[in-house]
Design a protein around this ligand. Structure first.
Ligand code: C5P
Length: 219
């Protein structure tokens, strides 16, 4: 069974998806990490999002893997662990630029569908319920005010990267990224027609988890 959680940057999709996947015994697909890994790989190869011909060539050699470890899930590009490297603000912005490229989306969509085939997954991202898994059993779209999302994202970055991040800078970065993600031609971010939309601005993580679980349990 596939359950999708989509929404803008910093809304807490990842945190919520991880909790729900544990409680249901499902696996968790962090599709954003795939866009981030691809952007980092392209950057390391000196290829920009506009150069589709070169992109096509280098992507043949891109293998993204998610490996469970005692410190949580690790993201690998081929054999290199890039878990922390893909979380910087620079890679966030770059990922969004590559994500607007239709060829990139086609490649990653296929990888995502292959990964979850015949398994139980919580798939989290921007287009999971709309374009990648339109037949998902349950679909959720999380939203929240920009200031709250910037606060949540800054806290998260501090935890992952161990450095203090200016909230205003994060707010600008995520609002630019949302704009690009919502207005691109290829699979823009929007709620699926059949998604349950949850505004989490005034909700705790626990509240959101309970709300999602109540929908899944038909309560
Ligand atoms: O979720 P995360 O912030 O890691 O995603 C990074 C970027 O990857 C997003 O801003 C978006 O441009 C892109 N993305 C996407 N479709 C997805 C997941 C992420 O376009 N399903």
């Amino acid at each position: 069974m596939i359950i999708t959680i989509d929404g803008p940057a910093g809304v807490g999709k990842g945190t919520i998806a991880k909790i729900i996947s544990k409680s249901l015994g499902f696996k968790y697909l962090d599709s954003g990490a795939m866009y981030r890994a691809l952007a980092l790989f392209a950057e390391l190869n000196g290829v920009t999002e506009k150069d589709s011909d070169k992109l096509k060539k280098i992507l043949i050699d891109l293998h993204i893997q998610f490996i469970d470890s005692k410190d949580g899930e690790r993201v690998l590009i081929n054999t290199d662990d890039v878990t922390e490297d893909i979380r910087t603000n620079e890679i966030s912005t770059l990922a969004s630029k590559f994500a607007a490229n239709n060829f990139v989306r086609t490649i990653l969509r296929e990888m995502q569908r292959r990964l979850v085939k015949n398994k139980d997954y919580i798939a989290e991202g921007r287009d999971m319920g709309t374009y990648v898994f339109p037949d998902a059993k349950y679909k959720f779209y999380l939203d929240a005010d920009l200031a709250i999302r910037a606060k949540r994202r800054a806290g998260q970055l501090k935890e992952i990267l161990g450095i203090a991040i200016n909230e205003d800078r994060v707010a600008k970065e995520i609002s630019d990224r949302d704009n690009l993600d919502m207005t691109r031609e290829s699979c823009p971010l929007h709620p699926a027609d059949d998604a349950v939309i949850i505004n989490t601005t005034d909700m705790s993580i626990d509240d959101v988890v309970k709300k999602i679980e109540s929908v899944i349990n038909g309560a």
